[in-house]
Design a protein around this ligand. Sequence first.
Ligand code: CMP
Length: 147
Amino acid sequence: KMEKTLAMIKPDGLRGNYTERIKGAIVESGFRILEERIVELDEDRASRFYAEHSSRSFFPNLVKYMTSGPVCIMVLEKQNAIADWRALIGPTDSVKAKATHPNSIRAMCGLDSEKNCVHGSDSLLSAQREISFFFEEETGNIYSLSI
Ligand code: CMP
């Protein structure tokens, strides 16, 4: 079914100049980029975005990392966009991605479990929450997730 998902190029991805290669992979894989914006997260916004991980030991470092530079956020649309974008980015651990998913985006530009270059919503509910987190609150555009 037609879906929208939130994709993000994290600070290491922007710093490493991977944006054009990542967008190339996105378009080649049949996604439409409906929205795209560069934002800088402050500590409060990064903490709220990753609230579900707030009790994890890596959380403080994750917030530091995500506030270390600008990120690029995109709304992607295609059939089965949520699962397909997760498949295209590969496993969370970029070292594992290089070993088992050599064609994935994290194999191309990720470093480890934390600095993994890109983000993708992991479910329909997350996609809905994450898209409105970045877009609907500010633009007022409504991204209906079911067609
Ligand atoms: P993401 O898929 O965006 O969602 C949660 C993020 O937390 C993840 O990517 C990584 O950046 C980070 N993360 C997840 N697991 C670990 C870990 N074991 N160590 C450090 N960072 C992690």
